[in-house]
Ligand binder design. Sequence first.
Ligand code: SIN
Length: 308
Amino acid sequence: MALNTSVAGVALGGYVCNASGPRDATLEELEVIANSGSSAIVMKSCTREPREGNEEPRYSRLAFGAIQSMGLPNLGFKAYVGFASQLAGRGKPVVASVAGLSLEDFVLMVGAFQDSAVDLIEVNLSCPNLAGKPPVAYDFSRTAEVLDAVCGLGSKPVGLKLPPYYDFVHHDAACGLIASHRVGFVTCINSIGNALAINPETEAPVIRPKGGFGGLCGDYIKPVALANVRAFFERLAGKVSIFGVGGVKSGSDAFEFLLAGADAVQVATAFENEGPACFGRIASELELILQRKGYSSVDGVKGRLKRV
Ligand code: SIN
């Protein structure tokens, strides 16, 4: 059974890979991903300078997922440019993820990764965890500025990590910008920003940064992630690849993203909870579902959501 796929013309040997976020900030963690069933090595979103991230506690498991406000703890982009050389040649694409704090940062980092060993460059316009810096992708004129500045910097495919949108006018606006720039892929979705989880025993939020407001992850967000994948697929299919991310923890979840139109899925919360075995497990479960339904490849199903 072929689970192989491609994103922006870059071949992936499987449909399931890690997401930028958990357990991918150090070379040791990235080596674990390289040696796992993940079909790509996606690195932590990086900034121009190293960051410690937000104060602890900044991650808390919830009944159906997690809430986090990590605040982009990372080693600074130069470290990831170096890691890419060490991770290349493992038979799976290496994906950089850049989270600029200014337009100049985005230009500097995308330019540096264009000259590096990475295969894909994800431009993260959707981190909800930086106080005073709302996600760029909720501001379409700032998004246009970033796209104008980064899309022509080299030949490696550039993609956008997007926040959830909740109305078709916003999907239309985002897709209009994407279609008018050289964007190779979108990653839908980042966590749902500014959720609040409260512990009734302590009578306090479960995380400290931003007064307890943080990104909601896991099962809670899967329907929103599926809706965004579908909305982008309906507008961009065939022109722009889609990574689906948000609540994938089983082969059945991955199959739903495939029906919605995702070219591949990324796993974050299940990887945080279960470790690297999750990638092979989810891929095997997906394979069994495809076999049972008589499909011989992911391409025969991609985007083919039926009508009720
Ligand atoms: C974080 O480090 O705060 C999470 C990354 C993101 O939301 O993009």
